[in-house]
Design a protein around this ligand. Structure first.
Ligand code: NAP
Length: 347
């Protein structure tokens, strides 16, 4: 795949796990990167601080703009000002369990937010490519293996909102001829994963237990099966989708299932601990409707884009534990104190 020179991209959700890796990837490819950042009373840019260069510097290629997916007028203003060639819509209320607590807010950002951004692209008249961060949670109760033709059966307000965004993206592609694609991504994790998502909650707790500052880890459903991959590989897949000749929708997944219990076992055993001495069941982490098993078939992405997951769940657990142990020891942020991504997967 040929690499572009001097392209400009806009990333919503740049302060999140995927947004930070995508920003790194695009900067490494010579892009000028613009990111949408929510105004907050405290700093929310810790995942991208290491990329930031004062915009007054002549070599600055990362620019941040205040904005929110709930403010459609602002999105139009930003698009007409920035004029990006590629728009990556990664912003969302992305936590499934939280979406049961905040269903309306989740619908407004994770669902309507995408429609606002698509409409802003249309109104601004830009000829740009659009990536929508769709999710395996859209499959919900449909049994595995899930691929692009599997019927959606969302089991959470988050999943339902993502289905809305999926169809909005397809509709803008079909109605207006926009180059708009859905990446249907199965779970992907990293040392930058939010601390309340189950994988990171586990690996962080393992590091704290090993250091003697925590003893118990409270978890919900240990039997849930997920297909966990490594986030830097998945953001490269996003980019590949927008470089393709045709706009289409793709599943990205490892193709292998791993239970939460297996992730727990792999994480604890990596530092020589027995998980059964520390893990305690707490029903508060159960969801009103559970998703039993998500295992993706990424065959289409492999055939059409040449994309394939390289890191699988057990290795992922180990690299996340190692990063959290380092962070615990130096009270730092693992992605800054000890970069784990020496080169991009395709490099
Ligand atoms: N990671 C996965 O396994 C996975 C799988 C499938 C799909 N996805 C989807 O992929 C995208 C990226 O995932 P992620 O893991 O990087 O999520 P994340 O770490 O939770 O990041 C979400 C990002 O969205 C921003 N955001 C939230 N509400 C917003 C709003 N109203 N306006 C503007 N920005 C807003 C957040 O800003 P703050 O930093 O200010 O909170 C953050 O930058 C999400 O859409 C997610 O639903 C993720």
């Amino acid at each position: 795949m040929t690499e572009p020179a001097g392209k400009r991209a806009l990333i919503t959700g740049i302060t999140g796990q995927d947004g930070s890796y995508l920003a790194e990837l695009l900067l490494s490819k010579g892009y000028e990167v613009h990111g949408l950042v929510r105004r907050s009373s405290s700093f929310n840019t810790s995942r991208i601080d290491h990329l930031y260069v004062d915009p007054h510097e002549p070599d600055a290629r990362l620019f941040l703009h205040y904005g929110d997916l709930t403010d459609g007028a602002r999105l139009v203003t930003l698009l007409t000002t920035i004029k990006p060639a590629e728009v990556y819509n990664l912003a969302a209320q992305s936590h499934v369990r939280v979406s049961f607590d905040e269903p309306v807010h989740t619908g407004d950002t994770t669902g309507m937010g995408s429609m606002r951004l698509l409409e802003a692209v249309r109104l601004s008249g830009l000829d740009c490519r659009f990536y929508q961060a769709s999710s395996s949670e859209m499959f919900g109760a449909s049994p595995p293996p899930q691929d692009e033709d599997t019927p959606f059966y969302p089991r959470s307000p988050y999943g339902a909102a993502k289905v809305y965004s999926y169809w909005a993206t397809r509709n803008y592609r079909e109605a207006y001829g926009m180059f708009a694609v859905n990446g249907i991504l199965f779970n992907h994790e990293s040392p930058r994963r939010g601390e309340t998502f189950v994988t990171r909650k586990i690996t962080r707790a393992v590091a704290r237990i090993k250091a003697g500052v925590q003893d118990k880890l409270y978890l919900g459903n240990l039997d849930a099966v997920r297909d966990w991959g490594y986030a830097p590989e998945y953001v490269e897949g996003m980019w590949m989708m927008l470089q393709s000749d045709v706009a289409d929708d793709y599943v990205l997944a490892t193709g292998r299932g791993f239970t939460v219990r297996e992730f727990v076992e792999a994480s604890f055993s990596h530092v020589g601990l027995d998980w059964e001495d520390h893990v305690v069941f707490d029903e508060r982490y159960l969801r009103p409707t559970e998703v039993d098993a998500l295992i993706g078939d990424a065959g289409k992405a492999e055939r059409a884009l040449g994309w394939q997951a390289k890191t699988h769940s057990a290795d992922l657990a180990r690299l996340m534990v190692a990063a959290d142990v380092t962070a615990q020891e130096c009270e730092g942020r693992p992605w800054i104190d000890q970069p784990l991504v020496a080169g991009w997967p395709s490099a």
